[in-house]
Structures are given as C-alpha cells and as structure tokens.
Design a protein around this ligand. Structure first.
Ligand code: FES
Length: 176
C-alpha cells in the first residue's frame, strides 16, 4: 500500500468517526432538550389566570341585614406561576335570606367601596358613588352597580369565585 492511499484511508476513518460523534451529540441534545422545551411551553398550553374558589367562612356565622365585610384568600394560577392574594368582599342577604357576594372594587375607577352604617349605603371614597346594600347604584359617576361574584355553599361554608371586571362600562364584563 502506497503512503498516499494509507493517508486517504486514515482521513476517511477520521471523518466517519467525526460524523458518528456529531450524530450521537445531536441525538443526546434532542433527548435532553425535550423536557426543557415542554417546560418552557407549558405556560402557553394551559388556561391562564385560573381562579380557584375562595373560602368566605361558615354560613352559620352570617347574621343580620347589614353587609358583612370579609377578606378572602384568592389563589390564581397563571401557567406554572401561582399567586395568592387577599381581597375584600361584602356578603349581603336579601329579604328571603339568600346570600350574595359583592366585589369591593368600584366599577367606576377601581377604588375600594366601603360600607357606611350611618348612611346605610356603600360609598366610594374617591368620587362618592353610592350603592344600596345589595349593590344597586343610587348616585355618583359609576356606570353600573357593584359587581356580584359567583358564590356557592359547600359543606356549610360560603365559597366565592373572585374575579376582576372592566371598569367604566355599563355592563359587567369579566377581565380575569
Ligand atoms: S372610583 Fe368609585 S366613584 Fe370613582
């Protein structure tokens, strides 16, 4: 075998081994990247801002005709991120004893509406919107009454689904 033929065979063997290593490297990279890609895309593949039901306490503790102020823990799941915050709601009872829950967020510009015993009304401290105890608007610049939140009774406890609503529009519109 001549010197040049031996060199050519050696070169071919080296390039074949190089190609084999390259292929193995690509396969390993693909296998290792799969979970990473799945992890990265996970937030895009699930429903965002899913709000869980919040516990507003035992129904047996709700007495009287005046709205009751309650702070609820709100858990929101946004992709793989979980956010827990506390929100104020008002629990009201109509003449038949039926419970409903109102968001404290003013539908005008989002200030926190407060119940005032002296006026027997909800009053917004920002621009003086006023609402009856059931949330019906009675005065001020708000475009609609206070927003009711979904609620249900489970094992004697009042559960609330906290949501956010668009401000400055005449009809209740969920935004998250
Ligand atoms: S924010 Fe409540 S009246 Fe303006």
């Amino acid at each position: 075998m001549s010197h040049s033929t031996a060199t050519s065979t050696e070169t071919t063997r080296r390039s074949y081994i190089g190609w084999l290593f390259g292929l193995c490297g690509a396969a390993v990279t693909a296998i290792l990247s799969a979970p990473l890609i799945r992890f990265t895309l996970f937030p895009l593949t699930v429903k965002t801002t899913e709000t869980k039901w919040s516990d507003a306490g035992p129904v047996a503790d709700i007495h009287g005709d005046k709205p009751i102020t309650q702070t609820v823990k709100v858990e929101q799941v946004d992709g793989w991120r979980k956010n827990v915050s506390e929100k104020v709601v008002y629990i009201t009872k109509d003449a038949t004893g039926k419970l409903s829950v109102l968001s404290a967020v003013c539908p005008h510009l989002g200030c926190s509406v407060q119940w005032q015993d002296a006026k027997n009304a909800f009053v917004c401290p920002c621009h003086s919107a006023q609402y009856e105890s059931n949330g019906t608007k009675t005065g001020g610049p708000a475009p609609r009454g206070m927003d009711t939140l979904d609620s249900k009774i489970v094992n004697g406890r009042l559960m609330v689904r906290y949501q956010y609503f668009r401000q400055l529009v005449p009809h209740k519109e969920v935004i998250g």
